[in-house]
Design a protein around this ligand. Structure first.
Ligand code: NDP
Length: 504
């Protein structure tokens, strides 16, 4: 039998009356001096912290990453230092647009946020289940997310806002097409891929840099809900993905993902036909084949959701020695915005919360602040340099500078170039080459279903503008969506395609 414990206040004071409050006589009003009532009510009132403004609904599990293939020719990151090496991880999945109580089977990308607790500090790879994203410049992010949330007047989700934004931002087309395929409604979190999404750098022991993309391929196989099944599951079990992940791990059916990378040299980047740092584009596999790296297995459920999932904080800024950023503008924006969001949501000392804390040495001169609960450096010096402690910056961790003279060529000090506005080739390839006949039909059905929710005075304008994008990606796609919407495709087709379209 487990040892009996005394009930105490938060200050550890044992007490007896936990269910009835002291009052002026058995039937009289309550007495202010019953401090335990205040403590219980006041703490309850403060149980919620701000929910994540995006990716609010999520599930997570701890696991192990094991290196299976040597990539030390590309990176000196200690996590990849030898085949067989194991690193503890935390993986949080999420939907993007919905609130904390929203349904897991919404049509939405899924977050795929990984924390690797490495001996060189925590590396966070914070991606999605898609290798691309809707926008390629972080200045658009807040506007875009507003369209995925609630209309300020109706307080309802609005297909009109969504398609208005997408139709005015053709760079979103690629991701919109992924989203409208059945991969937009994955069967829980175990049966989907994960991607680092951005281009990062790998740096080897000689200080040589290559560009890299990270792909986590599900070992469970891809499995999706159809649109109808996803809608039905919203009502039946809005927490489907949470339950599915938790129960699989409880049954010891540990889900696995195979980590693969694509590598591009600095020289290749200069001549590649697409901007390799554009988050709306993929790197074609035939040009940049996938290389095996390791296996990620989730094998431990969190014991407490709030402590270990709600308080988990991931930041793409957190890269470790041997891994570095790229000029991907979305990545650059997220380097700022993620730690900023955590400071707002969890406080400036969020990295000391146990789930976020590096299990290895942390030595610096950051002190004080809200919720500093770890001893705050004790009596050790709180300034640098000093004559008392032995903390020294280690020269072997000097940053390797980005490509010499290459910054301007790569566009670091410029804005998006008009010459890089091919928004249609890759979505067209996706439609023609990747989707089978049934997938194409499903895509068109899902698109027309979603677009049929567009309403209001701008309805026709938004629909026509979006149809033009589908036509530009593929004439057959434009014709099929127009037809499914009950619109004469010949009338909807942009002028430059009309002649060709007549031959289709
Ligand atoms: P490939 O034929 O080598 O790759 C096609 C990829 O598409 C595979 O990774 C496949 O994933 C994935 N896929 C299949 N169905 C869907 C879907 N409904 N939604 C999202 N992805 C899907 O060709 P390329 O590398 O030349 O790329 C061609 C097009 O494929 C791209 O323009 C892009 O639209 C899409 N794509 C490319 C990826 C890349 O990194 N190169 C990654 C994902 C999509 P699976 O592993 O399940 O077979």
């Amino acid at each position: 039998m487990s040892e009996e414990k005394k009930l105490t206040t938060a200050a550890g004071i044992p007490y007896y009356y936990n269910e009835d409050t002291m009052s002026a006589g058995p039937r009289g009003p309550l007495l202010l001096q019953d401090f335990i009532l205040h403590e219980k009510m006041a703490h309850f009132n403060r149980e919620r912290i701000p929910e994540r403004v995006v990716h609010a609904k999520g599930s997570a599990a701890f696991g192990t990453f094991i290196v299976t293939h040597d990539i030390t020719r590309f990176t000196k990151a200690k996590i990849f230092s030898e085949v067989g090496k194991q690193t503890r991880t935390l993986l949080r999945f999420s939907t993007v647009g919905g609130e904390k109580g929203s349904a897991d089977t919404e049509r939405d990308p899924r977050g795929f946020a990984l924390k690797f607790y490495t001996e060189d500090g925590n590396w966070d790879l914070v991606g999605n289940n898609t290798p691309i994203f809707f926008i390629k410049d972080p200045k658009k992010f807040g506007d875009f997310i507003h369209t995925q949330k609630r209309d300020p007047y109706t307080n309802c989700k609005s297909p009109t806002m969504m398609w208005d934004f997408w139709s005015l931002n053709p760079e979103s087309l690629h991701q919109v097409m992924f989203l409208m395929s059945d991969r937009g409604t994955p069967y829980g979190y175990r049966h989907m891929h994960g991607f680092g999404s951005h281009t990062f750098s790998l740096i080897n022991a000689q200080g040589e840099r290559v560009w890299v993309k990270f792909h986590f391929k599900t070992a469970q196989g891809i499995k999706n809900f159809t649109n109808d099944q996803a809608v039905e599951m919203k009502g039946k079990d809005p927490d489907f993905a949470q339950r599915d992940l938790l129960e699989a791990i409880d049954r010891k059916e540990f889900p696995k993902w195979n980590l693969k990378i694509q590598v591009m040299t600095l020289e290749e980047a200069k001549t590649h036909k697409y901007n390799p740092f554009d988050l709306t584009k993929v790197w074609p596999h035939k040009d940049f084949p996938l290389m095996d790296v390791g296996v990620l297995e989730l094998n431990e459920n969190p014991q407490n959701y709030f402590a270990q999932v709600e308080q988990a904080a991931f930041a793409p800024a957190h890269v470790i020695n041997g891994i570095d950023y790229s000029p991907d503008k979305m990545l650059q924006g997220r380097i700022l915005s993620y730690p900023d969001a955590h400071r707002h949501r969890l406080g400036p000392n969020y990295e000391q919360i146990p789930v976020n804390k590096c299990p290895y040495a942390v030595n610096n001169y950051q002190r004080d602040g809200m919720m500093r609960v770890d001893g705050n450096g004790g009596g050790s010096p709180n300034y640098f340099p000093n004559s008392f402690d032995h903390i020294k910056p280690d020269e072997s961790y000097k940053n390797v500078p980005p490509p010499a003279g290459g910054n301007h060529e790569l566009g670091w000090y410029d804005r998006n170039a008009d010459t890089e506005n091919d928004h249609y080739s890759q979505p067209g390839n996706f439609y023609r080459q990747v989707l089978g006949e049934n997938d194409k039909k499903t895509l068109v059905k899902n698109i027309s279903g979603a677009m049929s929710g567009i309403s209001g005075p701008k309805k026709d304008e938004i629909i026509n503008r979006q149809l033009c994008h589908f036509f530009r990606a593929d004439i057959g796609l434009g014709m099929a969506v127009a037809t499914a919407l009950g619109i004469n495709p010949e009338k909807a087709m942009p002028a430059q395609h009309a002649e060709m379209g007549a031959q289709v």
